[in-house]
Design a protein around this ligand. Structure first.
Ligand code: DC
Length: 239
């Protein structure tokens, strides 16, 4: 079961604009999706939906319960015992699992690796699909993940697919980890990222692929602001 607490009034309603718009952002890890999705949501005054946090919350629960993330049956059996809560606040989101706030524990290397593994389990994806759609049903959302434009919101008004050189992505992710106190050797970050990437791209259900109608942006040589400027130009044409 999942509880979602989202504010009823988001910016676009206040501005009298369309409330239907969903902006989908997909791409591999370390490409800068979260940073630009947050900035874009803030500029548009939309809700920022980090779908990876839902997979991470499931992974956290799997590890907490001492289950093997690769054991599809054990993971599927755990799902009915979980209540996830996403509480949307001004610029942040708090995630709870069975009423324990786990927001600060979702970005460790252990949870990242387990999230990539559990996200390949069809039962997990099926369980999280209606959750994501429920959050998006009122529109005015910038949703970020791997299958947003292809599976979660295939009729999103605007879709972006971000990519960047593997080395640049590893550097960015390593900087994030160091800032969060989880830093190790960059070679390890790079290997972890490559492993997650190949799992995300090759899984049978909802693999990481660009939607046919996605706008591609290579973020390797762009700042987050430059990426958001490009996105805004596309989004503005739809408002
Ligand atoms: O975006 P992230 O790094 O927080 O995502 C964590 C994992 O969850 C990632 O390895 C892939 C998976 N994921 C997914 O399969 N589908 C999504 N829509 C979002 C994340």
């Amino acid at each position: 079961m999942t509880v979602i607490i989202r504010p009823d009034i988001v910016g676009s309603e206040a501005k009298g604009e369309s409330t239907e718009m969903i902006v989908a952002i997909d791409g591999p890890a370390g490409v800068g999706k979260s940073t630009v999705a947050k900035l874009l949501a803030s500029r548009l005054r939309y809700l920022y939906l980090d779908t990876g946090a839902l997979y991470r919350a499931v992974a956290w629960a799997v590890l907490q319960n001492g289950r093997d993330p690769g054991d599809a049956d054990a993971v599927a059996a755990l799902l009915p015992t979980l209540t996830l809560q996403m509480r949307f606040m001004q610029e942040t989101v708090r995630v709870s699992v069975n009423e324990k706030d786990v927001t600060g524990e979702l970005r460790t290397p252990e949870v990242s690796a387990a999230a990539s593994v559990v996200s390949a389990i069809p039962a997990v994806r099926a369980w999280l699909l209606p959750v994501q759609r429920q959050i998006g049903e009122k529109g005015s959302v910038v949703a970020e993940g791997r299958d947003i434009g292809t599976k979660v919101f295939p009729s999103a008004s605007v879709k972006f697919f971000l990519d960047a050189d593997a080395a640049v992505r590893a550097q960015r992710r390593h900087r994030e980890l160091v800032a969060a106190g989880h830093g190790g050797a960059i070679e390890q970050t790079s290997a972890d990222l490559a492993g997650r990437d190949s799992r995300d791209r090759s899984r049978a259900v909802a693999p990481l692929v660009p939607a046919e109608d996605a706008h591609h942006i290579d973020t390797s040589a762009l700042s987050a602001e430059e990426v958001v400027d490009r996105m805004m130009a596309v989004v503005a044409a739809k408002l």
